[in-house]
Design a binder for this molecule. Structure first.
Ligand code: AOS
Ligand code: ZN
Ligand code: ZN
Length: 388
């Protein structure tokens, strides 16, 4: 059996992956949103479910909220609820994609009334961050256009810079803004923040507290995502990850499910670039569970990240560097692939047991009865996007 060195064990010890509150709500496609028995009815229950994931894995110490989906009367009370369950409240995600006013844009809109409304929403999110103790404000923008000529794409970029500056100016010294990019959808011709270069250009002119968020599902097929990871780490601007996996577009499936090798390559560059257990780089999931149970879906996800992290840490970096120096193409590739093909599951199971955790968190959760309990107790769970 492969053994994990003390260095690898301590790197794994420090790993924390933030869970998205919306992963616990019902979700689906534009064709149908299926319901799952036991779905949370409010943000308090979403946090309780997220705490289950952490209880079985010790990998998920915080939960990201989405405003307005997770709006509550008293955020300090929600924070206490989370802390009582052993988790903290993490990234606050804004929403400028479900209001009629934003049909033609929000932070880029040419109508100042609408643009100011979108800016004010972000300022409200920062007020919430003050109460929840959250560090990061994550901004993903749905805006763009569908037809060539429809919009002044350059003026929109200027207005975006101005809007972001106004939001940035409100951050405290401990808070950050992360700007997520996405190459298309819901806009199909142009998107205002379509790629890492645009996100980088926008955040670089704001200042040190503004970073790029990389969602693994937001690239064209065939994109070398680990190259982008390397470059952003090199530039000191990789603020956070939204992990998920995709076969076609923004599928939001379980991370590591569609392409485990890609996840390995990404995490290798994180390790190589000093991004692992670096507080400046937040690891988050951004997923939906349309047909599978949500809590085990999230447990599977964080375990997949842990497993690929262990494999990436197994790469013999000295041997790799020597092969690269010698231009020994096949030897270098073999060192890389050896680590990827190593089955670390037995070693991780043993390591978990040594820390008082179940060797198999999936099985332990299934045997716990929690799923049956919430199915019996909760009636009328809501859709991810339309929670309390
Ligand atoms: C949308 O495609 C983005 O991935 C967002 O990060 C996210 O899924 C949404 O804003 C929910 O917060
Ligand atoms: Zn995302
Ligand atoms: Zn997405």
């Amino acid at each position: 059996m492969t053994t994990l060195s003390p260095d690898i064990q301590s790197a794994l010890e420090g790993q924390g992956i933030e869970l998205p509150s919306w992963a616990f709500g019902n979700s689906g496609t534009r064709f149908r949103v299926f319901t799952t028995p036991g779905t949370p009815r409010d943000p308090y229950e979403k946090i309780a479910d997220a705490a289950q994931v952490n209880a079985y894995t010790k990998l998920a110490p915080s939960v990201a909220l989405h405003i307005p989906w997770d709006k509550v009367d008293d955020y300090s009370d929600l924070r206490r609820h989370a802390e009582d369950l052993g988790v903290s409240l993490g990234t606050i995600n804004s929403n400028t994609f479900q209001d009629e006013d934003y049909k033609f844009g929000a932070l880029t809109h040419h109508d100042d009334r609408i643009r100011n409304k979108a800016i004010d929403h972000h300022l409200e999110c920062i007020d919430i961050m003050d109460a929840t103790g959250s560090r990061d404000l994550k901004i993903w923008l749905a805006e763009g256009s569908n037809y060539p000529g429809q919009a002044d794409i350059r003026a929109r970029q200027d207005r975006l810079q101005d809007s972001l500056q106004k939001i940035y100016d409100r951050l405290s010294d401990e808070q950050r803004l992360v700007l997520e990019y996405k190459f298309f959808e819901p806009a199909f011709y142009h998107t205002d923040v379509p790629d890492w270069g645009t996100s980088y250009a926008q955040v670089a002119s704001l200042g040190d507290k503004a970073m790029v968020c990389l969602d693994t599902g937001h690239h064209a097929p065939g994109t070398n995502i680990e190259f982008i990871v390397m470059q952003l780490l090199r530039l000191g601007k990789l603020g956070s990850f939204d992990f998920n996996s995709r076969f076609y577009a923004d599928d939001d499936l379980i991370v590591g499910a569609a392409d485990p090798f890609q996840l390995f390559r990404i995490i290798f560059e994180v390790v190589r670039g000093g991004g692992l257990n670096n507080p400046d780089v937040a690891f988050m999931l951004d997923q939906c569970h349309n047909v599978e149970d949500k809590i085990p879906g999230q447990i599977r996800s964080v375990l997949n990240v842990q497993e690929m992290t262990a494999r990436a840490l197994l790469v013999d970096r000295d041997a790799l560097a020597a092969a690269q120096q010698a231009n020994d193409v096949l030897a270098a590739n073999a060192v890389f692939m050896d680590a990827f093909y190593t089955d670390v599951r037995p070693a991780l199971a043993e390591w978990r047991e040594s820390r008082g955790l179940a060797a198999d968190p999936m099985a332990a959760y299934a045997a716990s009865g929690y799923q049956q309990q919430i199915a019996a107790d909760r009636v009328g769970g809501t859709q991810a996007g339309w929670g309390a």
